[in-house]
Ligand binder design. Structure first.
Ligand code: PRP
Length: 213
């Protein structure tokens, strides 16, 4: 039995689609219910429906052999896992955003406050990459509010279509990282269940290559 941790929501649907296209029977995972463990003894697949931020935790501890999760979550959680496939969907960017007049001037503002749901990514970007110390203000959503209401000068957040920024009079100031969904594997499972996991990785990669043609 292979246990696959999915990020509840749209990413889970797309993960099931790619597995199905790769030749796996994922009907168990598509069951519409509130069950959090969906398994099928005949196919040998068990899906667990987790909060996205918890997927790397389940996989690192071996509660799941495999997981599908956004690169944003992987960067933020910093777990010890194998990241084996970039699935190419769930694409967006992690950005520093704020009022458009800060474009090109970010480095001139001292002692910046940065509102974000991603404190680790933010700390790494400003302290390690830009060699600058900032005050990080942890928020849980609607992060765009922070610069509008004077809580912070800028934010670090996900930008997909750019609509949320645009409609709130904000703009991308710098790009921190490109994000998409990734397949991650538990380090022990990769060895102990190699007979099942390695062919699965190969089949998913082959399917992605076909879709790109
Ligand atoms: C995410 C993100 C941005 C928005 C970006 O928020 O935090 O606010 O989507 O998408 P866009 O560029 O297409 O507008 P989410 O919808 O997850 O809600 P949240 O405010 O609770 O984080």
């Amino acid at each position: 039995m292979i246990t696959i941790a999915l990020s509840k929501g749209r990413l889970a649907e797309q993960a099931l689609d790619i597995l199905e296209a790769a030749g796996y029977d994922v009907s168990a995972g598509r069951e519409k219910s509130r069950k959090l463990i969906l398994e099928d003894e005949n196919t040998g697949l068990r899906f667990i429906m987790a909060k996205p931020a918890d997927v790397p935790t389940y996989v690192e501890y071996g509660a799941a052999d495999l997981g599908v999760v956004g690169k944003d979550t992987l960067l933020e959680e910093g777990r010890d896992l194998y990241e084996v496939i970039d699935l190419g969907f769930g694409k967006c960017r992690m950005c520093v955003a704020g009022p458009a007049e800060l474009k090109g001037k970010l480095d001139t503002i001292p002692n910046k406050r940065v509102g974000t749901k991603y404190p680790n990514i933010t700390r790494h970007y400003f302290e390690d990459v830009k060699k600058e110390s900032v005050e990080i203000i942890k928020l849980h959503g609607s992060v765009e509010l922070a610069p509008l209401i004077g809580l912070s000068e800028v934010i670090v957040d996900i930008v997909e279509s750019g609509r949320t920024l645009y409609e709130n009079g904000l703009d991308v100031i710098e790009t921190v990282a490109d994000i998409s969904a990734r397949v991650v594997v538990n380090r022990v499972s990769m060895q102990m269940k190699a007979d099942e996991i390695k062919p699965m990785i190969t089949k998913i990669r082959e399917q992605l290559a076909k879709q790109e043609v």
